[in-house]
Design a protein around this ligand. Structure first.
Ligand code: GLY
Ligand code: MN
Ligand code: MN
Length: 469
């Protein structure tokens, strides 16, 4: 017995996208038989994932703040890299935060809050698994099962995330919908909702830091190979990438592997330079784990294993600034004060070395000073979480001018950077860049460094390299 044809060759060809110059035709025999002969799919449902109770509380907070309004939180879609090649899909952080659907989320999904008399009905709209009667599963190279693997069913996603699901085709946009990234008030709210991390998030941040620590160990172990290669910075990036992909989802941001004077470029991600004995190499890298929380760690290593006296002096000054910020950190302080504490050390030491044309006090004057910032133009701290620069749409009074509270996770990352061509510093300083970056959890009892286990003092760094040889 032959199956009824489910579609004609003509219709199938018409549905093909514009890129037909290399496409194999689907002859009638294929079309007549492709929908049949498949086993039933198992319909066992997964248990709810660990973060489901946490995401339910986050959705309740959103619902309470926007009574009577219809809200849409898009996962986002594929972004083209070139021609028919996309960047790997990564859902929007607000979507991941409110659904718990992270590295395994399906592109183009929408989390929708429909207002009711006493709150909202929340529904996750996603593209349902294509049946064998459609042509999607064998023809669509972007989302088809034969090409990228199957999507989960609506029922499986509902059970997994603890949220009602619906087919994406049933979604209808409303004129008054508030949409994340389109409506400022909602976008700010979901960003500020992430300022304080819950217990699940704190555990994931620790996991991200611990995985990142293994990536740094890998780099230290591979130093001989890194030195041998003409583009040793790329080898650093690659070694870390292997750890990020094998143990996590990806890097939370492009790895900075900056040797010698490249370290003075704050976000050097070209990473195409050599790593030479005698130089320092600054490595700023963070693993994003499968839940999409990321670490953000910087260590600066002496490539030959020991710091020269001038490298050590600069390195230990940066550490002094970082330690001062950490020791001064406490709940209730302003975020700005963290930066000011580190800056005071930077101003005092650079003045002591004769680099500033003014006294440290004058340099620290908020309006007329800032001379020391020539050597550290960036801030000391930022929030960290699902995004490396987390809570980016929070209001300034909730962030830079806001107060540090228990449950916040942020970086402390002072640095000193003396450009190769900076005539204001003695020659021995030129071309040296140092940053030390740690990930800090504030608790009611004070700060806890999530990255305390990664060697940090000049002596510890030298011992780390010596031990791995
Ligand atoms: N890795 C970027 C930053 O430290 O902010
Ligand atoms: Mn950072
Ligand atoms: Mn960083």
């Amino acid at each position: 017995m032959t199956a009824e044809p489910t579609q004609t060759q003509e219709a199938a060809e018409k549905a093909a996208d514009s890129n037909t110059n290399r496409r194999q035709p689907f002859p009638q025999g294929f079309l007549d038989t492709i929908s049949t002969g498949w086993a039933d799919r198992p319909d066992t449902l997964p248990a709810a994932r660990e973060q489901a109770p946490f995401t339910a509380r986050r959705r309740a907070a959103v619902s309470a703040a926007f009574a009577g309004r219809r809200l849409v939180v898009p996962a986002g879609g594929f972004k083209q890299r070139s021609n028919d090649t996309d960047y790997p899909f990564r859902p929007h952080s607000a979507f991941a935060h409110l659904t718990g659907w992270a590295s395994d989320a399906v592109a183009d999904s929408l989390l929708v809050f429909d207002p009711t008399d006493d709150g909202h009905d929340v529904t996750l709209y996603l593209r349902d698994r294509a049946t064998r009667e459609t042509e999607e599963f064998y023809r669509d190279a972007t989302i088809g099962e034969f090409w990228v693997g199957p999507r989960p069913s609506l029922a499986a996603v509902a059970a997994d995330l603890g949220v009602a699901t619906e087919h994406l085709e049933r979604f209808e946009a409303g004129e008054d919908d508030l949409v994340v990234e389109e409506d400022d008030e909602l976008t700010t709210f979901v960003s500020e909702l992430r300022l304080i991390k819950d217990d699940y998030e704190i555990a994931q941040m620790q996991l991200a830091v611990d995985t990142t620590a293994r990536g740094f160990d890998d780099i230290v172990r591979e130093l001989p190979r890194i030195i041998d290669h003409p583009r040793g910075e790329r080898v650093i990036e690659g070694v870390f990438h292997l750890r990020a992909r094998s143990d996590g989802n990806w890097e939370g941001y492009d790895t900075i592997a900056a040797a010698g004077p490249h370290a003075c470029y704050l976000h050097w991600t070209r990473n195409d330079g050599a790593v030479r004995p005698g130089d320092l190499v600054l490595i700023d890298a963070g693993v994003e784990v499968d839940s999409l929380y990321t670490a953000d760690i910087t260590r600066t290593l002496p490539v030959s294993g020991t710091f020269t006296p001038i490298q050590r002096r600069i390195y230990e000054t940066v550490r002094e600034a970082a330690d001062a910020a950490f020791e001064n950190a406490r709940p209730g302080m302003s975020f700005r004060e963290l930066h000011d504490t580190a800056m005071r050390v930077i101003a005092e030491r650079t003045a002591e070395w004769g680099l500033l044309p003014v006294t440290p006090e004058e340099a620290l004057d908020a309006d007329r000073g800032g001379h020391q910032r020539r050597y550290m133009v960036h801030g000391t701290s930022h929030h960290l979480g699902l995004d490396v620069h987390d809570c980016a749409q929070a209001r300034r009074e909730m962030y830079y001018e806001g107060l540090v509270e228990p449950g916040m996770v942020f970086t402390i990352e002072p640095g000193l950077y003396f450009q190769e061509d900076d005539l204001t510093v003695p020659e021995e300083y030129r071309g040296i860049g140092v940053r030390i970056e740690d990930d800090i959890l504030m608790t009611a009892d004070g700060p806890v460094s999530l990255s305390a286990g990664i060697p940090r003092t000049a002596d510890e760094i030298e011992a780390w390299i010596a031990q791995s040889r």
